[in-house]
Design a protein around this ligand. Sequence first.
Ligand code: SF4
Length: 200
Amino acid sequence: MSELERLAAEIAQCTRCLLHRGRTRAVPGEGPLEAEIMFIGEAPGFHEDQQGRPFVGAAGKFLDELLETIGLKRDEVFIANVIKCRPPGNRDPLPEEIEACKPFLDRQIEIIRPRLIVTLGRFSMARAFPKGRISHLHGQPRKLKGVVYYPMYHPAAALHQPSLRRTLEEDIQRIPEILQQLDQIPEFEVPAEVEQLSLF
Ligand code: SF4
């Protein structure tokens, strides 16, 4: 069993927060160990909870379409979520749930060591930029402690707000160019007035 598989088995048994009580299946995430890019969403929804796989509903279909526009298939990237069990009624994850689940995502990042982390939505972005606003930060790569993060809106947001669809389509187009220029991206200087609560 690989380290990623062992971690997935651990997640499937996890009872660190109350979300384990309502889950059908935990959703650890999936993708190849050698993935260059890691996409991090928010939390499993209904279909993900049923299947134990990330991004398999309508938002996942849209993510697949976005990946195709830059010549990527989903099995070439690693896809995970900030929390691994579905919140009831798809509500926003609570701070204590995010904190309880954080070690799992930290370990996935340590194991995979992606060259680029694409955050999908504000909860994912907030792990790197807790005081940032997605409307300001999306579509711009930033390097923190040697890791390049690229915030994008969550694909589900585009399903509810059609105006965001175009934004996502534009932002994903930058990924191939960003991958080629990772070494030239300077370390992000956190503005002194911005309190960083947690970094990856
Ligand atoms: Fe464990 Fe995370 Fe599921 Fe909570 S959401 S029970 S911390 S795997």
